[in-house]
Design a protein around this ligand. Structure first.
Ligand SMILES: Nc1ccn([C@@H]2O[C@H](COP(=O)(O)OP(=O)(O)OP(=O)(O)O)[C@@H](O)[C@H]2O)c(=O)n1
Ligand SMILES: [Ca+2]
Length: 492
C-alpha cells in the first residue's frame, strides 16, 4: 500500500514537472516568435521632386519606410510647398532670378527632413510645358533659366540628381504610374485607371490600351513592366491645350478681326477688361494668327452663355482630318477609351469650384449654363476670397473642360461617369512627380517581390498549435509508457 502511494506521488510529480516545463517552453517559443518580428522603431527615407509647371512650381517631399524600398504603396507624400510667384518660365526676362524663387521652399525641406538623411535624399526638378514653350521660343533663355535653378539646387544639402525639361510622354506616363501606384493597382495586376492631367500650358491623356497602339502610332506607346505585369499604355500630351494657353487660343479666334472690343460668351455678363493684343498673341501657341492691327489693346466684354462658349472652344480644336483609324483632335491618334479615369490638377480645381465633380454630363452642362449666365458683380460678391483672375476664368475653364473631354477625347454621356475628379489619393497629390521619382530611384521592381508564404500572425498561430500538439503527444507517450504505471496495473 505504501509502495503504491509512493509510486502515485512520483507519477503526479513527474506529470506536474512535465506540464510546467511544457507550458514554459510553449510560452517561450511564442514570445520569441512575436518579439523577433516586432516592428522596429520606424525609420524613413526621403525624396524630393520639384514640379516646375507653367503656372507655378511646387516642391513635393516623399517618404517611405527605410527597410522597404520595394514595397508597393509605401511611398507617400509627406509635405508640399508652393513656390511664391509664377512658374520658372516666366523668369525669361531675368533668367538668373528663377533659382532664387525656390529658396524658401528648399529651406522648408531642409527643416522637415532629418539632418542625418539630407546627404542621401535624392532631389529632382522636372519642368513641363511652360519651359517647353520657352525652349521653342528661345533655347538660350530656357538654358539660362535651368542653369539658375540648377545652381540653387546644387547648393542644397540634398543629393541633387538634375533639372530638366521632361517630355510630354513622360509627363503623361508618370501621371498614370502615380495614380495606379497610389491606388495599389499595380501589385494586384488588376484593372488600372487612366490618367487625365490638365495644366496651364499642356494636357495629358494616358490609359492602358492594346498593343496595336505601337503599330499605329509608336510615339503614343509606352510599355512598362511593373511587379511582374506588362502594361501597354497609350499616352499623349497636347502642348498649347493647357487651360491658360487654350484661353489664348480662344481669344485669338475671337480677335481675328482686330476690333476694339470682343463680346465673349465664355465670361460673365458685366465683365469688362482691357487687354493688350500682345498678352494674347505673345505665346508660340498663337503667334501664327496675329491680326494686322494698329491698336494695342481691345476691351474684353463678357456675354455669359455656356453653349455659345462651347462653340467658340470647339473651334480651337482641329477635327478636319485623321490619317489613323481614329483620332482625338489635331490629327492625333487615339484608341478607344478604356476607363475608369482619374482627372486631376486643373481638371479637379475647376470642376470642384463649379461643383461638377459628380452627376451626369447633362446636369453638368445645365449647371454650367446657369453659372456662366450669372452677372460678374454677383460672382465677385459671392467669392471675395478667390483670386479675381481665377474667378473670371472659371466659366471659360468649365466650358473648355467639357469640350476637351467630349469633343476632344470622345467621352459620351455614358462614359462620363467613368471619370473621377481627384486631387489626392491616400494623402498624396495626383500628378507626374511621384511616378517620376519611383522610376528614377528604381523603386518599382519589374518582377513581383517574393513574399513569405504566411503572414506573421498566421506563422505565430501555427507555431503555437504545433507546440501544443507536441506537448500533448509527449503527455500521451508518458501516460501510456510510464513503467511504474505498468507495474501498478500488474500488481492489481
Ligand atoms: N486653385 C486653383 C489653382 C490653379 N488653377 C489654375 O489651374 C491651371 C493649371 O494649374 P497646374 O495644374 O498647377 O498647371 P501647371 O503644372 O503650372 O502647368 P503645366 O502642367 O501645363 O506646365 C492654371 O491655369 C492655374 O491658374 C486654378 O484654376 N485654381
Ligand atoms: Ca502640371
Amino acid at each position: 500500500m505504501s509502495c503504491q502511494t509512493k509510486g502515485k506521488n512520483a507519477w503526479y510529480k513527474a506529470v506536474i514537472i512535465i506540464t510546467v516545463l511544457g507550458i514554459t517552453a510553449i510560452v517561450a517559443l511564442v514570445t520569441t516568435a512575436v518579439l523577433q518580428n516586432k516592428p522596429l522603431l520606424q525609420k524613413y527615407k526621403y525624396g524630393i521632386v520639384l514640379d516646375a509647371g507653367s503656372s507655378h512650381t511646387a516642391v513635393y517631399i516623399y517618404e517611405w519606410p527605410a527597410e522597404k524600398d520595394n514595397d508597393t504603396g509605401r511611398v507617400q507624400q509627406t509635405h508640399s510647398c508652393k513656390v511664391q510667384g509664377a512658374g520658372i518660365s516666366s523668369y525669361s526676362v531675368f533668367p538668373g532670378q528663377a533659382g532664387a524663387s525656390l529658396k524658401s521652399c528648399m529651406k522648408e525641406a531642409e527643416s522637415l527632413i532629418p539632418l542625418s538623411r539630407h546627404l542621401e535624399t535624392p532631389l529632382y526638378l522636372g519642368a513641363t510645358a511652360g519651359m517647353r514653350l520657352l525652349r521653342m521660343e528661345n533655347q538660350s533663355l530656357s538654358d539660362q533659366v535651368l542653369w539658375s535653378v540648377e545652381e540653387v539646387l546644387q547648393s542644397s544639402p540634398f543629393s541633387y540628381q538634375g533639372a530638366r525639361i521632361i517630355t510630354g510622354q513622360e509627363e503623361g506616363a508618370f501621371g498614370w504610374v502615380t495614380v495606379n501606384y497610389l491606388s495599389d493597382r499595380l501589385k494586384q495586376g488588376s484593372g488600372t485607371t487612366g490618367a487625365l492631367d490638365l495644366g496651364g500650358a499642356s494636357t495629358q491623356i494616358s490609359f492602358v490600351a492594346n498593343q496595336d497602339v505601337a503599330e499605329e502610332s509608336a510615339e503614343n506607346a509606352v510599355t512598362f513592366r511593373l511587379y511582374g505585369n506588362d502594361y501597354f499604355l497609350y499616352t499623349h500630351s497636347f502642348l498649347c491645350y493647357g487651360k491658360d494657353q487654350a484661353l489664348k487660343l480662344a481669344l485669338a479666334q475671337q480677335t481675328q478681326s482686330g476690333d476694339s472690343s470682343v463680346l465673349d460668351p465664355c465670361f460673365h455678363p458685366g465683365y469688362s477688361v482691357d487687354r493688350s493684343y500682345f498678352s494674347v498673341y505673345s505665346s508660340p501657341c498663337v503667334m501664327a494668327g496675329k491680326p494686322l492691327v494698329s491698336r494695342d489693346s481691345f476691351t474684353h466684354v463678357g456675354a455669359g452663355n455656356a453653349s455659345l462658349c462651347q462653340e467658340v472652344v470647339r473651334r480651337i480644336f482641329n477635327f478636319s482630318s485623321c490619317s489613323f483609324s481614329r483620332c482625338s483632335f489635331n490629327r492625333v491618334y487615339q484608341p478607344p477609351l478604356q476607363g475608369p479615369f482619374g482627372a486631376f490638377s486643373a481638371f479637379y480645381f475647376v470642376m470642384n469650384f463649379l461643383n461638377l465633380t459628380s452627376g451626369s454630363l447633362e446636369s453638368s452642362r445645365e449647371k454650367l449654363e446657369r453659372y456662366c449666365s450669372r452677372p460678374w458683380t454677383q460672382i465677385k460678391q459671392q467669392h471675395p476670397d478667390v483670386k479675381e483672375k481665377y474667378l473670371a476664368e472659371y466659366c471659360f475653364s468649365g466650358s473648355y473642360i467639357l469640350s476637351l473631354l467630349t469633343d476632344g477625347y470622345n467621352f459620351t454621356s455614358d462614359t462620363w461617369t467613368d471619370i473621377t475628379f481627384i486631387k489626392k489619393i491616400s494623402g498624396s497629390d495626383a500628378g507626374w512627380t511621384l511616378g517620376y521619382m519611383l522610376n528614377l530611384t528604381n523603386m518599382i521592381p519589374a518582377e513581383a517581390p517574393d513574399t513569405p508564404p504566411l503572414p506573421h500572425a498566421g506563422y505565430v498561430t501555427l507555431l503555437f498549435f504545433i507546440s501544443l500538439l507536441l506537448f500533448f503527444l509527449l503527455f500521451l507517450c508518458f501516460r501510456f509508457l510510464w513503467p511504474h504505471r505498468n507495474s501498478q496495473t500488474q500488481m492489481i
